[in-house]
Design a protein around this ligand. Structure first.
Ligand code: EPZ
Length: 423
C-alpha cells in the first residue's frame, strides 16, 4: 500500500485545476442504463471510484470506453445482459447502489447487494427502498441482496416525501421516475449541485423534470430516453479541499474552475475564520486576510448548508486557529475518524458523540498517521502541509478514490510532497 510523505511548513502559492465532481459522475454514469442510446460524459474525473463504477456497469453488459486519458466516458447500454450488481463491487463503493433505480425502470427488475456499512456509518438504504416502492416496485431483502421487481405494466408515478433529504435516495428515485407512467413528486428532495447536474443530463436525454436544486422535484414519465453528451459539473468538495491549502499554510492559491455558488456556505465560514475568497475570471483565489486563522463553529447540513464532506478538512484548519471551535456533524454517525490521527500530530481535540471541540495549537508536528476514509485522509494531508517536520500518511488508497493527481497539484504550488510506492 502506498504512502504519501510530506515535509510541512511551506507556504503554498500558485494555481490548482479542479476536476469534474466524483459524486456527480457516480450518479451520471448509471443514467446510461436508462437508454439504449449512447451517453457520453466529458470532464470526468480520473479516480478509482470511477473505475469501480465502470467495472460495475460493464458487469451488467454496458459498454464504457475511456477516452482522452479518462476525461471522456463513452457509454452504451444497448445490450444489458445481467441485472445483478455483485456484492464484491458494491461493498467497495456504496454509490454502486445507484444502478438500482435505472435498472428497475429500464429492465423491470434488479438485484443489488446491500452495500453494508463503511468507516463513517451504517449507510442504510430504507429511503431508497421506500421511494422505489412508492413507484410500485416490490423489493425484498434476501441473502444480503435487494431483489427488486417493477409491476408488469412498469413503474407508476407517485407523490412522496423523504424523511431525510438523502442524496442517493433522491438520485435513485429521480432516475426511476423518468420512465415511470405519470407524474412523480418528490418532496424534501436533496438540493446538492450533483442532483442539479443529474437532472440537467436526464433532461438532455429527453426526461421531463422540474425543480432541481429546490426541495421539490416533479417528473413527468416518458416512454424512453435517448442519448446525450454532458459535461460533469466541477467538484465542489475537491474545490473546498484545495481552498484550505493556502488557508492552512499561508500563501495564495487560485483554484481554476472554482465557482462560488458551489461552495457558498463553506466560503462564508472561511471568511469568518479570516480567509479571503476572491472570484476571478478563472476561478477562486484564496488567501489569509491578515496572517492568522480565527476559531469558528461549524455544523454540517444538507446543501446549501456546510457540507459534511468538508468537515474533516475544516477541522484540520481549526486545529491551528486562534481559540476554540466546535464542529457538529449531523449527517453521519461516525465521521470524526480523523480526530485521533490529528491528535497524533499535536492537535487538541475532544470528541463527544456528534460534537468535536478543537482548541487551536501554535504548530502541529509531523508524525506517521493512517488514512481511514476518503475525506479523513485528505484532512491529514492538509494538516501535514502546515505541520513542522515530516508526516507519513499511510493507506492512501482511500485518497485515490476522490483526489486525482493530488501530489502533482500540491507540489506545483510548492508543497514538499511525494508518494512512496508500498509493498
Ligand atoms: C452522498 O452519499 C455522497 N456520496 C457522500 O459523499 C456525502 O457525504 C453524502 O451524499 C451526504 O452529502 C455520493 O454522492 C457518491 P445520503 P449518500 O443518502 O447518498 C442516511 C464522499 O466523501 N440515510 O445523503 O450515501 C445516511 O445513513 C461521500 O464523497 C438513511 O438513513 O448520502 C446518512 O446518515 C461520503 N437512509 C445520511 O442519510 C437511506 O436510505 C446522508 O446520506 C439513505 C441515507
Amino acid at each position: 500500500m502506498d504512502s504519501i510523505v510530506i515535509h510541512g511548513g511551506t507556504e503554498l502559492n500558485g494555481e490548482i485545476p479542479i476536476a469534474g465532481a466524483k459524486n456527480a459522475c457516480l450518479a451520471l454514469m448509471p443514467a446510461t442504463l436508462l437508454s439504449d442510446e449512447p451517453l457520453t460524459l466529458t470532464n470526468a474525473p480520473r479516480l478509482s471510484d470511477i473505475k469501480t463504477m465502470t467495472e460495475l456497469l460493464q458487469s451488467l453488459g454496458a459498454e464504457v470506453t475511456k477516452m482522452q486519458d479518462g476525461q471522456v466516458l463513452a457509454m452504451s447500454s444497448h445490450d444489458l445482459d445481467n441485472h445483478v450488481a455483485d456484492y464484491d463491487i458494491v461493498r467497495k463503493m456504496r454509490a454502486s447502489n445507484l444502478v438500482l433505480g435505472p435498472m428497475l425502470a429500464r429492465l423491470g427488475h434488479a438485484v443489488v447487494s446491500l452495500p453494508g456499512g463503511c468507516a463513517i456509518g451504517a449507510r442504510p438504504m430504507d429511503l431508497h427502498i421506500h421511494g422505489l416502492e412508492a413507484l410500485g416496485a416490490e423489493i425484498d431483502l434476501r441473502d444480503g441482496y435487494l431483489h427488486a421487481k417493477a409491476p408488469a405494466g412498469g413503474l407508476k408515478g407517485a407523490q412522496m416525501e423523504l424523511r431525510f433529504a438523502s442524496v442517493g435516495a433522491t438520485e435513485n428515485i429521480l432516475m426511476a421516475a423518468t420512465l415511470a407512467k405519470g407524474t412523480t413528486v418528490i418532496k424534501n428532495a436533496a438540493r446538492e449541485p450533483e442532483i442539479v447536474d443529474l437532472a440537467q443530463c436526464l433532461r438532455k436525454m429527453g426526461a421531463q423534470i422540474e425543480g432541481e436544486g429546490t426541495s421539490t422535484l416533479t417528473i413527468q414519465g416518458v416512454d424512453s430516453l435517448h442519448g446525450a453528451t454532458h459535461p460533469v459539473v466541477t467538484d465542489r468538495i475537491e474545490l473546498g479541499t484545495y481552498m484550505l491549502a493556502p488557508a492552512i499554510t499561508g500563501g495564495t492559491v487560485e483554484c481554476l474552475g472554482g465557482k462560488l455558488d458551489l461552495v457558498a456556505s463553506f466560503a462564508e465560514k472561511l471568511h469568518d475564520a479570516g480567509i479571503d475568497v476572491e472570484e476571478t475570471a478563472r476561478g477562486l483565489k484564496v488567501s489569509r486576510r491578515n496572517g492568522r486563522v480565527n476559531a469558528v463553529n461549524v455544523t454540517t447540513e444538507p446543501f446549501p448548508g456546510f457540507p459534511t464532506d468538508l468537515q474533516a478538512q475544516m477541522m484540520a484548519l481549526l486545529c491551528t486557529a486562534d481559540g476554540t471551535s466546535v464542529l457538529e456533524e449531523t449527517i453521519f454517525e461516525n465521521r470524526f475518524m480523523h480526530a485521533p490521527e490529528l491528535t497524533r500530530m499535536g492537535a487538541n481535540i475532544e470528541v463527544h458523540g456528534g460534537h468535536a471541540t478543537v482548541t487551536g495549537v501554535k504548530r502541529l508536528k509531523g508524525a506517521p498517521v493512517m488514512a481511514t476514509d476518503l475525506r479523513a485522509s485528505v484532512s491529514l494531508i492538509l494538516a501535514a502541509l502546515a505541520a513542522e517536520g515530516e508526516t507519513v500518511v499511510s493507506r492512501v488508497y482511500h485518497l485515490d478514490r476522490g483526489y486525482e493527481r493530488l501530489e502533482q497539484k500540491l507540489g506545483a504550488c510548492g508543497a514538499r510532497i511525494e508518494r512512496v510506492k508500498g509493498a
